[in-house]
Structure formats: C-alpha cells, structure tokens
Design a protein around this ligand. Structure first.
Ligand code: SF4
Length: 214
C-alpha cells in the first residue's frame, strides 16, 4: 500500500503526459506526486529500451563533439526545483551541447513521436538555466532526437502560455484535494498503480455490443 511522501514530488515525464492531454486521469499524477507505492510489474522490455536509448544518445553526442560542442550527458543535467507551494519538480535531460553562443538541450526518443516529447524539452529549456551550472545565464534551444528525424524547438516557445500550463499542473499535483479519477481500460492498462491503491482500476477491455444501426 502507498505511503505519503514528505512533500509533493513530480518527475518531468509524469507532468508532460498530462500537460499534453495524453492522459485523462488527473488522479494518477496527484497520487504519484504525493505517495510512494508498490508498482505493478511491467512487461516493458527495459533492457532493450536502455540499449536502444543509449545507442541513440551516444551516436548524437559523438556527432556533436565532432562539430566542436562541449557535451554534457544525463546525470550531469540532473535538476530539482522547489516552487513556492513547496512542490518539487525534478528531471534529467539526455544531452546539453554548448559551443560559443549556441546552447542546446536534446532528449532522445526511440519510440513514436508524441506531443509530450516536445513539452519535456520545453521544461528542460525552462529549468536548466535556473538550476544547472553549465546552463546558468544561457538561453537554450531544444531538440527532440528521434531515430530518423529531429524536431527543433525555438527559445520563444517557452512562452507565457507554456509557463501557465506548468503552473496549473504543478498546482494540481500539490493540491490538498484529490482530483477526479477517469478509469478506462485504455489508460489503466498503461498505469503502474495497483488496484490496492486504486480500486477503480479497469482490468478488462470494453465488451463489443452487436447492433442493427449499420
Ligand atoms: S488505474 Fe486507472 S483510474 Fe486508477 S490512477 Fe491509474 S489510470 Fe487512473
């Protein structure tokens, strides 16, 4: 069963899926932000993902070094920010590349393109200049590096609308009141919260109803 955290803690990718509208169940973010819990074992192939991600990351890093960039990887780009509500936002960018006046943060993705990928990089562009010494005082541009293409993100995209979206979702995570759940098979099957902590969890897909409408 879950144990309450000592303070609200949000990992970047929990937030960006909700900000992008890829998850409807807001309780999921709130619960994870405020509790430590036993997760459902996943059939996700972590070893393969790690190998594929590491290969993509190092291939991009080598390319950047060859172009004369100073390259900082993963743990070197680790950050934690605490807002006025006391809630903490934490993350770790795959690559920061610096050369002369150019500063770029890159996240490597081995799966299909999702809007949340871009929001994740926007959060890094906002957070790293405030937290990580090699990014202090710099304006970062961003990239999402997929296997076969790159999506570029201009600094101007870290705008007031994005900041407001961040504020409202961090407020949701730090709220004293639990938001509503939105149980559905399509979301619950990808959620790592057990039915012990979320009894409304939906384990079976919707049954097919035969009809004479068409
Ligand atoms: S199991 Fe379903 S209803 Fe429960 S938190 Fe996860 S997504 Fe929401």
């Amino acid at each position: 069963m879950a144990k309450p955290r000592s303070g609200t803690y949000v990992w970047v990718s929990w937030l960006t899926k909700q900000m992008a509208g890829e998850e409807s169940c807001r309780w999921r973010l709130w619960f994870k932000a405020n509790n430590k819990f036993d997760k459902i074992p996943s059939d996700f192939d972590l070893a393969k993902w790690t190998a594929d991600h590491t290969q993509l990351l190092h291939s991009r890093a080598e390319q950047l070094r060859a172009e004369g960039y100073a390259v900082y990887l993963e743990g070197q780009n680790d950050f934690r920010m605490q807002g006025s509500s006391g809630a903490t936002l934490s993350g770790k960018a795959d690559i920061v590349a610096l050369k002369d006046g150019d500063a770029c943060v890159i996240d490597c993705k081995t799966g299909a393109e999702r809007h949340s990928d871009k929001l994740q990089v926007l959060l890094y562009m906002l957070a790293l200049p405030r937290t990580v010494s090699h990014c202090k005082g710099r304006e970062l541009r961003g990239e999402v590096q997929y296997r076969d293409n790159v999506v570029g993100i201009a600094p101007s995209e870290v705008d007031e609308a994005f900041r407001e979206k961040l504020r409202s979702h961090m407020a949701l995570a730090a709220s004293n009141e639990a938001p509503a759940k939105a149980p559905s098979y399509s979301e619950c099957r990808f959620c790592d919260i057990t039915s012990a902590d979320c009894p409304e969890r939906v384990e079976e897909s919707t049954a097919t109803t035969e009809t004479d409408l068409f």
